[in-house]
Design a protein around this ligand. Sequence first.
Ligand code: BGC
Length: 244
Amino acid sequence: MSILGIDVGGSGIKGAPVDLASGSLVTERHKMLTPQPATPMAVSAAVAEVQRRFGPAARVGVAVPAVVKHGVAYTAANIDPEWVGCDIQRLFSVALGAPVTVLNDADAAGLAEMRYGAGREVQGTVVMLTLGTGIGSAVFLDGRLVPNTEFGHMEIRGDEAEHRASAQARKNDHLSWTKWAARVSQVLVALEQLVWPDLFIIGGGVSRKSDKFLPLLKCQTRVVPAALGNDAGIVGAALAAAES
Ligand code: BGC
């Protein structure tokens, strides 16, 4: 039986069985809209539907946009407030009838990039940022994850970093690539002053267009685009499930 990775986002839920030898999807991923309101119950039913597409799995990893400790969600920045305090790992395990590992979505994407992508074999401190609806973060020291960092909620110039510099903020505020890159640079510089990373990895859907903004970023640290694109969350969730 395979290991299934599922990535729950504010607008879509996508999943696929993952080949952990290569870090690639075994079959094309299945994507569905996130139910609204995205309560834990509604999302668990949707996650179970994704699983049914692929048949039984030995283990399932689910990446969610929340801080997750011991299976319990502690935040709900871009999802339903009912998530806070909910043991989503238990809820999903019951809904799926399989052992489930739940982790933060940016942590999942970071795990995948460190194992198979832009952070492969990089030592020292690596900070991965996912620029999407919000800003997710994942920190690695010598390849080991420090889970649940929430740098997207850092205050920059009086507002949360993700309100100013997420991919969504670029669209909402009709920013040119140059203006948006300046805001992303402010986030990177603020992080440099706090954690002095050796490498930044920029992920999220917008990393596909990295040629448009990466050359415009201004900070001391080396910045590289994520290599796994939109599949990183799925792959990282499966990896976490396999290794838990
Ligand atoms: C959440 C993080 C999440 C990020 C990306 C933020 O608003 O607080 O937990 O990783 O969005 O989805």
